[in-house]
Design a binder for this molecule. Structure first.
Ligand SMILES: Nc1nc2c(ncn2[C@@H]2O[C@H](COP(=O)(O)OP(=O)(O)O)[C@@H](O)[C@H]2O)c(=O)[nH]1
Ligand SMILES: [Mg+2]
Length: 264
């Protein structure tokens, strides 16, 4: 039934070597057909535990990891994990790199391959606790944001400067773009299929600011947005690749450009 949605995957994807697809959604009711996209770059110490915890929720049928050529052993680990979990697919991009384009690539591939209803996006460094997935999937909005900045939300182990920068970036985007949510830069979200389609069709951003653009598009199209508090735990292993001046500058440029576009 849902197999109709699957397509042949390119040869570097090793998810396909695993078991037949029809076992994946086994026993789940149709409305729970959810997939997850995880952008990954050098997460050798985190990735196995993350994948196991996502599938342990019992609410995600397929996980698509988009890796941009990790060199720290992540790919070797993923190959083993994919042989254990039929629901895991891995795409390794060799020609392009970057968080935003990796997420968008994952969205496109999910639309092409799976007949899903909801799509979970989360980081691969265990900052986002997979235990929150069921609660987020239970919320009916087109965009559910796992939020650090609503009552009950928390950030653990961030130094003060990073907290301040993140709060300023959020405040700026929220006010200038009139967005109805407090955490526009959270990378932990659930999207409806129609929002994923809209983003794939209309998003222009390939950087970290893609996160804001996705919220902006949902709002522009009058789709429903909801936030739920999460506890964001700064990575224990590996290095952050996004907390750079270059990413921050792209983010600010995007917010100003969009807000000027809105005025004119
Ligand atoms: N595919 C891909 N994933 C990336 C890239 N940069 C970061 N990531 C992943 O995106 C997620 C968030 O990145 P991270 O470095 O933890 O950023 P931070 O949490 O903002 O410090 C993690 O799973 C990273 O492995 C990239 O260029 N390509
Ligand atoms: Mg991180």
């Amino acid at each position: 039934m849902y197999q109709k949605g699957f397509h042949i995957v390119r040869k570097w994807s090793f998810g396909l070597r695993s078991e037949p697809r029809h076992r994946v959604w086994g026993g789940r009711i149709a409305s729970e057909r959810s997939v997850a996209v995880v952008p990954v770059l050098n997460e050798a110490q985190n990735i196995r535990s993350l994948i196991e915890s996502i599938f342990a929720t019992g609410r995600v049928g397929r996980v698509l990891v988009v890796d941009d050529g990790s060199t720290d052993g992540t790919l070797e680990i993923l190959e083993v994990v994919a042989s254990e979990y039929p629901g895991l697919d891995v795409e390794v991009r060799r020609t392009e790199r970057g968080f935003g384009t990796a997420v968008l690539f994952g969205f496109r591939e999910c639309l092409r391959r799976y007949e899903f209803d909801r799509l979970v996006q989360m980081d691969g460094d265990l900052s986002h606790d997979p235990a929150a997935i069921p609660g987020m999937l239970d919320m009916p909005a087109d965009l559910v944001i796992g939020s650090r900045y609503v009552r009950g939300g928390r950030i653990v182990n961030w130094p003060l400067p990073r907290r301040v920068i993140s709060m300023m970036a959020n405040g700026l985007a929220r006010r200038l773009l009139g967005l109805p949510v407090r955490d526009v830069t959270s990378g932990y979200r659930v999207y409806s299929r129609r929002l994923v389609q809209t983003i794939v069709d209309q998003a222009n951003c390939g950087g970290y600011e893609m996160l804001v653009e996705a919220v902006w598009l949902a709002n522009q199209h009058g789709l429903t947005l909801q936030e739920t508090p999460i506890r964001f735990l700064e990575r224990r292993n590996g290095r952050s690749k996004l907390a750079t001046h270059e990413e921050a500058a792209k983010f600010v440029r995007f917010v100003f450009r969009k807000s000027i576009e809105q005025l004119t």
